[in-house]
Design a protein around this ligand. Sequence first.
Ligand code: ACO
Length: 382
Amino acid sequence: MSADVAEKHFDKGLANTIAAESSMSYIDGVNGILEYVGIDIDQLARNSTFEETTFLLWNGRLPNQAELDELNAALRAEYTLPSGIIDLIKTFPADAAPMHALQTAVAALALHDPEADVNDPEANIRKAIRLVAKTPAVVAAFDRHRSGKDIVDPDPSMDIASNFLWMLNGEKPTETMARALDVCLILHADHGTNASTFTSLVIIATLSDLYSSMAGAIGALRGPLHGGANEGVMRMLEEIGDIESIDAAMQKKFDNKEKIMGFGHRVYKAYDPRATYLKTFARGLAEDTGNMNLYEMSSRIEEIMNEAVAAKGIFPNVDFYSATTYWSLGLKLDLFTPMFAIARMSGWTGHCIEQLADNKLIRPGSSYIGPHEMPYVPMSER
Ligand code: ACO
């Protein structure tokens, strides 16, 4: 082992490594606390909007009315996708995964932004506004395209949550639906140096650009160990089918040593505070929309997990009850993770801008465990 590597410490999965400094979100995994810029997530979910929360994350304080109006106007002015992006989306196969479609279209947005490679703070805020404003339009446009429906133009009189549901369904959402989605966006907006945020930091720290960083983050988010778990939860509920089959199905999963989607967290060893809020929320929505069977199934799974693994610090995470919530909102299963991306776009962009303010290339070492001093064997002798 070379001397410089010997001095470093190998930390598998970087679980015990502090890789960044940030003023955006604070997580106390032992006591189950999440704050955005010092404000408890529960307060924000009850009182804020996604747009206001985005301002908070980007500026480190809540906006006054004029500042919020200004951000809302700037976001709404950027809702529309360039025609080249609509044309591109129309070339995507109808059976493509929405997360692949989203990643491709977000990367392609750079081709239509003359500021794509300008990395000063003002340009990056303008690009962050474009990314937060346009991501919902990409998700909705791809879903309309794959369903053989006309793409619906955004409506700048609506906020991000309502406008997304409008573009997706071609009809105005009820106030309850719009507020439910808005709250989901707040709860998913930021979460420290999670895998996708870290990915975005690694990319921006090379002085690449915000679009490349966001495309990378979307790629990291889609994995089932990260944001893809909400889709995994819904697939599990569908696969189990009904409440009577749960106990046997869970036992089988335990016997096969399967991980149960929507449980466990790298940081939380207590109840994820976002899940606490979503659980109550999911129940109300399920009642309103006739999906109580799903809620009850989720509840029973939680009871079983509680008995089996709570002592190991494994509790529901944000993805567990967001599955029932999104389903009750009428969203297709494979749009659950794109919803996460729509929300996290505000956190990802904020962290990248924070990183650039005090940048250093992120480049950890690795411990070489292969052989040394091997001969080069000519092809004829192998
Ligand atoms: N179901 C059953 N057992 C679990 C679960 C689970 N969901 N999660 C962790 N465990 C067990 C592991 O089997 C392991 O047990 P062992 O010590 O007896 O071997 C122990 O808990 C530690 O688990 P790790 O996977 O080593 O913990 P890590 O911090 O690396 O993983 C992770 C965290 C990836 C989130 C894990 O809990 C998991 O895979 N959960 C399921 C997927 C999921 O819901 N992901 C979403 C996370 S939230 C988010 O990204 C938005």
